[in-house]
Design a protein around this ligand. Structure first.
Ligand code: NAI
Length: 250
């Protein structure tokens, strides 16, 4: 599958990793649906000003009706859907919390967006994928799912679930030529992270020291992996998770 004229939905595409992914897919010829709970229109406008074909959809990915409407709007506008990048997630706004103090509300808030949101979006695009003869799902998980991370048990567990969901869907949807893979980023200086000085101060130093490629990681470092899973080079790859973290596991 070439990305020329492919229709790609990027959830959480208004900023950070999602916006960088949308830009890259646009550069490869994809038509773009920026789906976000805030800032989607401004991001889509910026993409159009850069010469890409892009529309905005306001959506909270944890809300079933809104996610169904997102898929309907994308298919109604562009006639098909080929790629779904499940990038919307709660991370940078989380207050690191000792495990014993995490509440049900903390857990539900994270799981609703990071896991249920992925489930809902995958289910919503599936009919369009089938009509198009196949599709690609790229889930954004996290390196912490392998490594663990203190004071973020709910977030770590949510990203582990994304990796397992990737596996499960790959086995189930392959029959429909729907390939499902995941990209697991290391600590990335995204817009959301920049907006949280405590996170930058607390995590930047340790993450840099634990990285073979000793520089800050930015959203642009991830777009190659996302593009890869969305494109022709990955036509026989499904169920995989690619860790992109500058070598933080050696
Ligand atoms: P960010 O905070 O810069 O951007 C996230 C975007 O998702 C925002 O535009 C926000 O409005 C949107 N969003 C959040 N909740 C939403 C919802 N319920 N419905 C629709 N849109 C929603 O985030 P960043 O850092 O670019 O992260 C993107 C993804 O990458 C997330 O899934 C995050 O967990 C994951 N990730 C980030 C890492 C990092 O260090 N920045 C590391 C590993 C994974």
């Amino acid at each position: 599958m070439s990305l020329d004229n492919a229709v790609a939905i990027v959830t959480g595409g208004a900023q950070g990793i999602g916006f960088a992914a949308a830009q890259r897919l646009g550069e490869r010829g994809a038509r773009l649906v920026v789906a976000d709970r805030s800032g989607a229109e401004a991001a889509a406008r910026a993409l159009r000003e850069s010469g890409f074909d892009a529309i905005a959809v306001d959506v909270d990915v944890s809300q079933p009706e809104q996610v169904a409407a997102m898929a309907q709007r994308a298919e109604a506008h562009f006639g098909r859907i080929d790629v779904l990048v499940n990038n919307a997630g709660i991370y940078s706004s989380l207050k690191p919390t000792p495990f014993e103090q995490l509440t049900m509300q903390d857990w539900r808030q994270v799981l609703d967006v990071n896991v249920i949101g992925v489930f809902l979006a995958c289910q919503a695009v599936l009919p369009a994928f089938k009509r198009a003869g196949g599709g690609r799902i790229v889930n954004i998980s996290s390196g912490v799912a392998f490594k663990g991370n203190p004071w973020m048990a709910h977030y770590v567990a949510s990203k582990g679930a994304v990796i397992s969901l990737t596996r499960a869907l790959a086995t189930e949807l392959g029959a429909h030529q729907v390939l499902v893979n995941s990209v697991a980023p290391g600590f990335t200086l995204s817009d959301g992270v920049h907006a949280n000085p405590t996170l930058v101060e607390g995590v930047k130093g340790p993450s840099l020291r634990g990285r073979v490629l000793a520089r800050d990681m930015v959203p642009a470092d991830l777009v190659g992996a996302i593009e890869f899973f969305a494109g022709a080079q990955a036509a026989f790859i499904t169920g995989q998770t690619l860790v992109v973290d500058g070598g933080a596991y050696f």
